[in-house]
Design a protein around this ligand. Structure first.
Ligand SMILES: C[S@@+](CC[C@H](N)C(=O)[O-])C[C@H]1O[C@@H](n2cnc3c(N)ncnc32)[C@H](O)[C@@H]1O
Length: 271
């Protein structure tokens, strides 16, 4: 895979965004993730190490391996996780989710965050995740369900942009709705005791404080805009729509009737 196969790109700005994303989504992703009984786990598609740093903090006795296909991501992860690597708690390898360089039945736990949405054969990746997991080991997979985006009041530019974003990701061989398909995929891969959780994030009147509304909506705006250069340069969206999108996000911050639901799904299952 190169830049052309990954909608968010591998720029320094995007790597920084992944680190912010890890922290922002931690309260949504982690309430049900429990590696307390595990000794050694693997994160497949670890990117720049955002999730590994959270997991290492939450589970201080864990040894964590991470793999990612892209050398530039692993290079950045080596800097982010420098201390954990020095203390031998974390080890990183460049490898594909389709061909993990680890033996069968090796890990107590395996996890994936926001990777299957980008790859052409998610079932093959789940088969491989299951292969390296010990019998009785736990597997967590957390993915987006982009069709589940709900915004009130209507935002035509955001909707137009989001449709182009998702079409583009599908055209690149990804699946922006993979989250809703996780249970079926995991069952096909042979996982058992599959639990399905909603890890969606929502803004409504409960989030009344302006700084929190700004942080929340700016985070999602930055995720959407991670593909804007590509979408504009390929003629899939006009610069005017991008400008209007900024205005609509600003209006959503001010309007106390706003509802903004971004949908994410998570499975927990066992081998
Ligand atoms: C959105 S990032 C998520 C990174 C990390 N899991 C996180 O949540 O911060 C997706 C990552 O998947 C990696 N990736 C894409 N296809 C892959 C594959 N076939 N094998 C391994 N990693 C892959 C990309 O290089 C990228 O770093």
């Amino acid at each position: 895979m190169d830049n052309s196969g990954y909608i968010h790109t591998f720029s320094k700005k995007e790597q920084d965004r992944l680190l912010t994303q890890g922290q922002f989504l931690e309260p949504y992703f982690y309430p049900r993730i429990d590696f307390n009984v595990c000794h050694r786990i693997l994160e497949i598609g670890c990117g720049v190490g955002a999730q590994i740093s959270i997991i290492a903090r939450k589970f201080p006795n864990l040894t964590i391996d991470g793999v990612d296909l892209m050398e530039s991501q692993i290079d950045r992860a080596r800097t982010v996780l420098e201390n954990l690597i020095a203390s031998k708690r974390v080890s990183l390898t460049i490898a594909s989710a389709y061909d993990l360089p680890f033996p069968d039945n090796y890990y107590d736990g395996v996890c994936i965050f926001c990777v299957l949405e980008h790859i052409g054969d998610p079932l093959a990746a789940l088969n491989e995740a299951r292969r390296v997991l010990k019998f009785g080991g736990v597997f967590y997979c957390t993915e987006v369900f982009n069709s589940g985006l709900y915004i009130y009041p209507d935002c035509p530019a955001i909707s137009e942009y989001w449709a182009a974003f998702n079409q583009c990701q599908t055209g690149m061989g990804g699946d922006p709705d993979i989250g809703i398909k996780l249970v079926n995929l995991a069952a096909k891969a042979g996982f058992e005791q599959i639990d399905f959780h909603d890890v969606s994030s929502i803004l409504d009147r409960r989030m009344a404080a302006k700084p929190r509304r700004v942080e929340f909506l700016n985070f999602w705006k930055s995720l959407f805009l991670s593909a804007s250069d590509k979408l504009v340069s390929e003629g899939k969206i006009t610069p005017e729509v991008v400008l209007k999108l900024h205005e609509e996000f600003d209006d959503l911050i001010e309007n106390m009737d706003t509802i903004f639901l971004y949908s994410g799904k998570q499975i927990e299952c066992y081998k």
